[in-house]
Design a protein around this ligand. Structure first.
Ligand SMILES: [Zn+2]
Length: 134
């Protein structure tokens, strides 16, 4: 399967593959954003100054029984228009969440047909991550 298809199946678009690393049953996948087209997440202004990176990790859809963690160094930007500094949000996860939209949707779909405890037996960490939203 092409690398792009892996990311598309997990809802991660517009990022470049950096590396795969598997350790203790967890697949760590690192992606990067090229930085072109960055805007202020507050006012959407384009007059920005890059201010380093903020490392983030999200729980993504598992690959079979292998837990999938997606890592990204998110750009930090300072906006000249609204004088604020923000981390650029990612389209595949809600701000402040540690899991992707696709992972959340899968958990909520499983929740319809089984208890959260049953679902978590099949998906590592799922119960603790999503339980507060169900
Ligand atoms: Zn701004």
């Amino acid at each position: 399967m092409a690398t792009n298809a892996w990311y598309q199946a997990r809802g991660i678009f517009g990022y470049q593959h950096q590396s795969f690393r598997q350790s203790d049953g967890v697949l760590f996948v690192t992606v990067a954003h090229h930085g072109a087209g960055l805007r202020c997440p507050h006012c959407h202004g384009t007059s920005i100054i890059r201010r380093g990176f903020i490392p983030r990790t999200w729980q993504a859809l598992p690959w079979g029984c292998i837990r999938w963690l997606c890592r990204l160094r998110c750009h930090g930007v300072e906006c000249r228009r609204c004088n604020s500094t923000h981390a650029v949000p990612v389209p595949f996860a809600s701000p402040g969440r540690s899991y992707t939209h696709r992972f959340e949707r899968m958990v909520l779909e499983l929740r319809r047909s089984m208890t959260l405890k049953d679902a978590s037996a099949g998906l590592v960490t799922m119960a603790g991550v999503i339980a507060h939203r169900v």
